[in-house]
Structure formats: C-alpha cells, structure tokens
Design a protein around this ligand. Structure first.
Ligand SMILES: [Zn+2]
Length: 119
C-alpha cells in the first residue's frame, strides 16, 4: 500500500487542518503527534524524470513517541509545491531524456513507501 492510497482511504486526513494537536499516532497509538518542522528530502517521478528536492523546513505532524511522520494533504501540498519549483528549474536546464520514465517512476514509488515499510 502506498502513502497516497492510505491518505485517500482515510477520510480523517481531510479534517487535519481542523483537528487540534496532539493527535493520536496511527502507528503506536500514543497521543503524542505534534506539528514538527523538519528538513525533508522528497523524490518523485515527474514528467518522465526523477525530481528530488531538499525541503529545509517541512511542516509535518510527527509522533514524539515513535517518530512516525504523518503525510497529510497539507504536507503533500508542500512537497508538491517544492517539487514543482525543482522540476521547472530542471526543465530550464536540460530537456527531458526519453525512455527513462518507467525506471524513474519505480524509484520514486519505492522511496516514498520506505518510511512506512520499516514498521
Ligand atoms: Zn507513534
């Protein structure tokens, strides 16, 4: 299961902005999830290439007990925005390489699911 699918199947994520902290952690069930600001490296397949971006201050709900990061719609928006900027910069620098789309998409999927696979 990918993080995207998890978010889509949990209607609770849509109410994130209205829920006051602390939240209950979905992983360890402790009520210790607070909004944290952390450096975060995101990688995703974009337009036939892998785009990676360093986000120096990502606002993300994080469990103080087990360290679980909760990728909500709000967090996903921040990541997508940063990736948009990075993708635009890459597009200006060099044209897309044909024939690498499938491999790059696969890499991106694996990297995004990695944090949840360690449970
Ligand atoms: Zn936890």
């Amino acid at each position: 299961m990918t993080p995207e699918e998890t978010a889509a199947s949990e209607p609770v994520a849509a109410r994130d902005k209205k829920r006051p902290f602390p939240w209950t952690c979905p992983r360890c069930l402790q009520q210790q999830v607070h909004l944290a600001v952390i450096p975060y490296r995101a990688e995703r397949g974009r337009g036939g290439r892998l785009v990676s971006v360093e986000i120096p201050a990502l606002r993300v709900p994080k469990c103080a007990h087990c360290g679980e990061l909760l990728i909500t719609y709000d967090v996903d928006d921040q990541i997508r925005l940063a990736l948009d900027v990075a993708a635009n910069q890459m597009a200006k620098q060099q044209p897309a390489l044909p024939g690498r789309e499938s491999a790059n998409s696969q890499d991106a999927k694996e990297s995004t699911t990695q944090s949840r696979a360690t449970a």
